[in-house]
Design a protein around this ligand. Sequence first.
Ligand code: ZN
Length: 139
Amino acid sequence: MTPQPKPADEVKIAALFDQLRQPARIQIMLIIREQPACVCHLVAALGLRQAAISQHLMALREAGWVTTRRESRNIYYSLSDKRLVNLIEQGALIADISFSEMEKISRRPLENCPCPQCHPELPPEYSCKSVPTGYQKKS
Ligand SMILES: [Zn+2]
């Protein structure tokens, strides 16, 4: 008789999928998969409140999937395990969803985002607060 896997193994895998239960977490992982992002960028990209984003980031950090790095006044989040992106991609395939459409959420820069990555030319006092009204990005 071949030994059956311990139920504990299945519990761990179920917990992994449980982390992915929230659509916002999938979106966050896609955004930070190649380039780190600060909280204000995630707020601008997802249109969620900062408190909600912080909660998702905390859960992802506790799972060990997200790491942080401080750069001047901002904390940047990045995806530590890129295999998670493959998992999301496989999920899209099974659900018959275009992954390349989903990926577009990670595009930068965002016009409405005040982070230094999207608006590097903004004076630091505006950084991650708000894009000044009437502000036009020079190209
Ligand atoms: Zn940004």
